[in-house]
Design a protein around this ligand. Structure first.
Ligand code: F6R
Length: 242
């Protein structure tokens, strides 16, 4: 695992965008695993503006998002499909049918999880998985627990994640209690992993996850064992690394 410290959020976003654009330039039909949340917004803005400037194209790229809330459909502004359309997919030339987000409104969530893993397999696996880092060390919606979950599965969200995500809803009561997420096994199977973390509030979990013991109680810690993981943090998030 390599950890790179960027001066600030903008520099972190630019470095992460470069990683993705270099991959897409060398392999235009690559498979990207994508994340939502606040942290990748700057990076998605960089990708969109570079596309606008003719510097990159996602025409033949396939994408798989990490996760989606159960019960929220594509038309729900709090849902992750909506987020991705708004912040990236509608701003670049990726083909709509090549973008995948778990179907949170599926009537059979377990079947949806199996379908999602099968689609990833059929696409040849994920070339680069982008990840944000939760305050409790979660990646995707893999919350601290007793063992690392393998494939895509349904999770009960913890109170801390519900509270953290309530900023995007009218109240914590409106945050769905369950989500579909890729498993740790799905994430670890990606050929490359790119983690972005920003801000002083992430400093202690950055240290715990990437310098502390590998344990399912800090799900992101498993990334220390990934053969090709790059963590880009800004100076505030790196504050406890030195
Ligand atoms: C998003 C996701 C989450 C976030 C994490 C950090 O698809 O799976 O694990 O990456 O909660 O969120 P932010 O970036 O908002 O701090």
């Amino acid at each position: 695992m390599r950890i790179v410290i960027a001066d600030d959020y903008k520099a972190m976003s630019r470095m992460a965008a470069d990683e993705i654009e270099e991959l897409v330039a060398s392999d235009p039909s690559c498979v990207l695993g994508l994340a939502t949340g606040s942290t990748p917004l700057g990076l998605y803005a960089e990708l969109a503006s570079d596309f606008e400037a003719g510097k990159t194209s996602f025409k033949d790229v396939t994408t798989f998002n990490l996760d989606e809330y159960c019960g929220l459909g594509a038309d729900n502004p709090q849902g992750y499909r909506y987020f991705m359309n708004e912040n990236l997919f509608d701003k670049v030339d990726v083909a709509g049918p090549s973008t995948h987000v778990p179907e949170g409104r599926s009537g059979d969530l377990d079947a949806e999880c199996a379908r999602y893993d099968k689609m990833i397999d059929e696409a040849g696996g994920i070339d680069l998985q982008l990840l944000g880092l939760g305050h409790n060390g979660h990646i995707g919606f893999n919350e601290p627990c007793d063992e690392f979950p393998k494939g895509t599965h349904v999770v009960d969200l913890t109170e801390s994640t519900i509270n953290a995500n309530s900023r995007l809803f009218d109240s914590a009561d409106e945050v769905p209690r369950q989500a579909i997420t890729m498993g740790i096994g799905t994430i670890m199977a990606a050929r490359r992993v790119l983690v972005v973390a920003s801000g002083a509030d992430k400093a202690s979990i950055v240290k715990k996850a990437f310098l502390g013991p590998v344990t399912p109680e800090v799900p992101a810690s498993i990334l220390q064992f990934h053969p090709n993981a790059l963590v880009i943090v800004d100076e505030e998030a790196a504050a406890e690394l030195v």
